[in-house]
Design a protein around this ligand. Structure first.
Ligand SMILES: [Zn+2]
Length: 445
């Protein structure tokens, strides 16, 4: 029989503090073409398949329904799928099959038979329904990898957007390339009308981006850990000006030292603007997806300590529990009043470690500093699945605390409410963002 605690965790309307959800029209027009491409989310599940020995190209074909029928695409990875079933990503695939498609086993006939269900889900408003009604989410915070936080017409109160600062943190400014799946990435000059020629104009352009989107962003976000070390230090204007000169001189003129210098300088300006606009600053820490080149020691949240010390008035949200440096992150969260910790993506990367993390955290850090959930994926079907996975493992963690006599069941329910929504609603100005988004919609109408 379900405990009151487990029932409470099932029913609580949760904040989703991190997704990369594609817009409604992309889901309808270019969403997964068949059940196989919905079941395996290549950036994560594909990573485990490759680690298990699958061929990279075979894995990529899983997402591409035009590359062959289900049988011919699934057969080359079937053995490696068998091997990865127990990982957190593997668990999510199995949950996905069961919850979305009512499949006990992933087989070619079962996937083919479930096709009408996928077609039903790729209809107008199903994306919102899956997230709001099935996943029971209060709202989702989406990083669509660009600055623009355009109102999402499918429900502007529900889909809130991060202002992405990654390129700046990498010491790059030449972002004219549209991000394929989003299509609204505009270069700095198109966006702001400012030509960057020196540090002063770069700072003006950054300020212009915030004046365009800062009020309607829910947070600022950077995932520069994918491109460089998280190690940050304060940089002088003099050094940053020289580094910018190299970056502006053309492709391949700037070396890694220049990029790191300018990136650190830009990250600091972004944090200052986030403070001015009262926005939390989210930073990817820890593990990287899809077998990308991973220098694991670059990913420690501890590399950010100088930044955390430099800006005590900022609100830093350190994402993904910095796995595998999760213990270090507990100490950081315990120490710095300006740090919040987000379990987004962590449950699927390593659910067992994440459950232990929650227990460690609660006995070291005040419980108002932890966020329970973000799915970190692009399609609503998988976000829903990740929400189920998070609720499952959060329940295990808190039930173990009750079982060990550390918390009463009522205390565990109160903690669950905090982690699942109350802490996020305290940290992010959700209502202020919604008001600004609605104002933006009125202006453009
Ligand atoms: Zn992410």
């Amino acid at each position: 029989m379900a405990s009151d605690l487990s029932e409470h965790i099932q029913q609580t309307v949760m904040v989703d503090s991190h997704e990369h959800l594609r817009m409604e029209d992309v889901w309808l027009q270019d969403g997964p073409g068949d059940v196989l491409s919905d079941l395996f989310f290549v950036p994560y599940d594909g990573g485990d398949l490759v680690t298990a020995g699958a061929d990279d190209q075979d894995v990529n074909r899983l997402a591409d329904h035009t590359a062959g029928d289900i049988e011919s695409r699934f057969a080359p990875v079937a053995d490696t799928w068998e091997a990865m079933q127990l990982t957190g990503f593997g668990e999510a695939v199995r949950l996905h099959a069961k919850l979305i498609y009512d499949m006990e086993q992933i087989t070619v006939p079962a996937m083919a038979a479930a096709q009408p269900r996928l077609e039903q889900l790729r209809q107008p408003d199903q994306r919102l329904r899956l997230l709001r009604d099935e996943a029971k989410l209060d709202h989702v915070q989406v990083d669509n990898l660009c600055w623009a936080c355009e109102p999402d017409e499918s429900d502007p109160d529900f889909f809130l957007y991060d202002l992405n600062w990654r390129t700046f943190c990498n010491g790059g400014i030449e972002i004219e390339t549209p991000y394929e799946a989003v299509g609204i990435w505009r270069g700095i000059e198109t966006e702001t009308g400012i030509t960057v020629t020196d540090l002063k104009s770069l700072q003006e352009a950054m300020e212009a981006i915030f004046s365009l989107y800062g009020r309607r962003a829910i947070a600022v976000k950077s995932l520069h850990a994918y491109d460089r070390t998280l190690l940050w230090r304060e940089r002088s204007d003099h050094d940053a000006e020289r580094a910018l000169g190299a970056v502006l001189a053309g492709p391949n003129k700037a070396d890694e030292t220049d990029r790191l210098c300018l990136g650190d300088w830009c990250l600091a300006r972004g944090v200052e603007l986030a403070i001015e606009y009262d926005l939390p600053f989210k930073i990817h820490t820890g593990y990287l997806a899809r077998n990308l080149p991973m220098m694991v020691h670059h990913l420690q949240a501890g590399h950010l300590c100088e930044l955390l010390i430099r800006y005590p008035q900022a609100r830093f949200v350190l994402m993904h529990i910095a796995y595998p440096y999760n213990d270090e992150l507990v100490a950081i969260a315990k120490h710095f009043p300006n740090v919040w910790v987000d379990l987004c993506w962590a449950w699927s990367c390593n659910p067992h470690v994440s459950a232990k993390f929650v227990r460690n955290f609660l006995h070291a850090v005040p419980s108002n500093k932890l966020f329970a959930f973000g799915g970190d994926t692009i399609w609503p079907t998988r976000s829903y699945v990740y929400s189920v996975q998070a609720r499952k493992w959060l329940t295990k963690a808190l039930e173990a605390e009750v079982c060990d006599g550390n918390l009463t069941e009522q205390q565990a329910m109160d903690v669950a409410t905090r982690l699942m929504r109350r802490n996020q609603l305290d940290c992010f100005d959700v209502e202020g963002t919604r008001t600004a988004v609605r104002q933006a919609m009125r202006i453009t109408m």
